[in-house]
Design a protein. Sequence first.
Length: 290
Amino acid sequence: MASKTSAVADEPIEVLFALHNKFDLMDFAGPLEVLTTALHDAQDPTSKAFEVTIVSGEDKVLSEQGVLINSQITWKAAYDRLDDFDVLIIPGGNSQEVLDTKNAEPLGLITAFSELQQKDPSRERSLLSICTGSLFLARQGILSGLSATTHPDYMTTLEILCSQAVIREGKDHTDVIEDARYVVNNLRFELGDEDENPYIRRKSDSGRRPSTGRKGSMSFKGASRRESIARRAAMRLGGLRVITSGGVAAGLDAALYLVSILVSEDSANEVARFMQINWTKGVVVDGLDV
């Protein structure tokens, strides 16, 4: 696959879904439908914005609801091809078994994806967890110094796992947010003043000029300014965009956000219209125009 620095309209946005045994079916199927419905051009049904690959430990992986899903690649193949993917999505479900099992996937894959971004910050990558998938990110220390959310019933578990990372590895504390559908860290573009956009939780670097272009948009492709790789490298996790969503249906909202930031706002709104979703927006932390 050719090297690229961002997901733009004439390049496929490669997504890897990591499915562990007894994953939650809705955590997978909801975002999957959002992404596979998204188009670069609403008038061209062939302009699919995302290409999806499914990884698991077996040819078929069983969901918590008893439905079998065919996987396309093995864990080993996923490691070998990890640089091919722009987005890694981690569904929840059966989380305690994964946390209690030594060397269980997708824990190692999450770490490898994060390390890949830190080694190569020239590439734009996103990590999205759905529901209790955030517990896996917490276990691996990915949420250190970031903000995060999860299913309301697992907030205490998330806080404990984040605190254990602080003690075990000297990591920074995580700001656990209880009242958000999803939480975004390491945003690429400033979305405006707080009065204009209530979804920005904190502001930083306010002296920089806001960008009007989004990844995948014509305004971005036509702009003379591009992201500063050095600035991205200085961000946490090499600028890896980390998104955690609340429980189950909140994954639809988070997936719509992913469409809006990687393709366009119009594309996300069209997906929401087609799927009859009332898109409830989440919290963006420290929006940076880099």
